[in-house]
Design a protein around this ligand. Structure first.
Ligand code: SIN
Length: 320
């Protein structure tokens, strides 16, 4: 008799994808197979010491992930982690925006139980699909005593929600934790933990979620866009966004957040007009190191896409 369970939420992605031609790893359609079928197609999961329960929250290619699905996902995760008989959770997700969803869930829920996002780079109809092993590894991490927080598991590597980034378009081991390094590895169903589980201090993000997911009124999300520094960058895109009502801007600067003088001038104008501006870096590793006299806030080590989520949550928390 199994008295605790692991809840597996499906959101779509390549892990649930199929192609008309068996073995086609490129011309497939993501988000076709229901989560209950993915789970029942894996007899090895029956060996888990936990009961497995699945629920379909969405069925999308994660390039189309949206705030409505995030709201539903946050509600379902919050519901399940609050149940005393739930040991942990797994979420199947497309690889393309997995890092944004992982960061969002960690920031708003900071769960005291493991919430493990997993995925695949090949569809379920591939000759050698990677989804089944990723699912087994994710369940192993969710089963681990003492595990907590939102993590991602892909190709046997465990990444914290804060650090995970998709860094390859094709390889099965498509994710990296950058400078921070992975949180651990899954080897033959066992987790080898290298560092601490993610945990976020209670703050603005938790304030935001009360309004986003649990508020009586489902408010529109603050509009935050990303602009980039590059050779010949100028201020036209920024001025167009400000004229269009943008509330926040993240700039993916070069190197240590450096900006072409014309782009910087437009961002300073935007900030003076009340738009919140955050400076991240387009470099894959490292972080923007602030220096005396900086006028634009740095992203506190967050990548541009995660800094955008953090800024939306900060604007949401303070919108009263
Ligand atoms: C997606 O992100 O949903 C499609 C691509 C993938 O999962 O690898």
């Amino acid at each position: 008799m199994k008295n605790k369970k692991i809840v597996i939420l499906g959101t779509g992605g390549t892990i649930a994808g199929t192609s008309a031609q068996v073995g086609d790893n490129l011309g497939y359609t993501a988000a076709q197979i229901r989560i209950c079928e993915l789970v029942s197609a894996l007899p090895a999961l029956a060996n888990s010491r936990f009961e497995l329960f699945s629920e379909q929250v969405a069925q999308v290619d994660s390039k189309d992930m949206d705030f409505g699905i995030w709201r539903a996902l946050a509600q379902r995760v919050a519901h399940w982690v609050a149940q005393p008989d739930v040991q942990g959770m797994v979420i199947t997700h497309g690889t393309d925006t997995l890092e944004e969803s992982a960061f969002f869930l960690q920031a708003v829920l900071d769960p005291a139980k493991p919430v493990v996002l997993t995925c695949a780079m090949r569809p379920a109809t591939a000759l050698a699909p990677d989804g089944p092993q990723n699912m087994l590894d994710a369940v192993a991490v969710a089963s681990h005593t003492g595990a907590r927080g939102v993590v991602a598991v892909c190709a046997g590597v465990v990444h914290s929600a804060f650090d995970v980034q998709k860094v390859h378009t094709y390889r099965l081991d498509a994710f990296s934790s950058g400078d921070a390094g992975p949180l651990g590895h899954v080897e033959e169903g066992r987790l080898r933990l290298l560092r601490n589980w993610p945990s976020a201090p209670v703050g603005q993000a938790q304030e935001a979620i009360k309004k986003i997911a649990f508020g009586a009124d489902a408010r529109p999300w603050p509009r935050v866009d990303i602009v980039m520094n590059y050779v010949g960058a100028d201020g036209r895109a920024v001025r167009a966004l400000v004229a269009d009502g943008v509330q926040g801007l993240v700039v993916a600067g070069t190197g240590n957040g450096s900006l072409h003088h014309a782009l910087e001038a437009a961002l300073l104008e935007a900030q003076a007009a009340g738009v919140r501006v955050v400076r991240a870096t387009r470099c894959l590793n490292g972080r923007v190191l602030p220096k005396p006299g900086d006028v634009l806030a740095d992203s506190q080590g967050l990548s541009p896409v995660k800094a955008r989520v953090a800024l939306m949550l900060a604007l949401m928390a303070n919108d009263d």
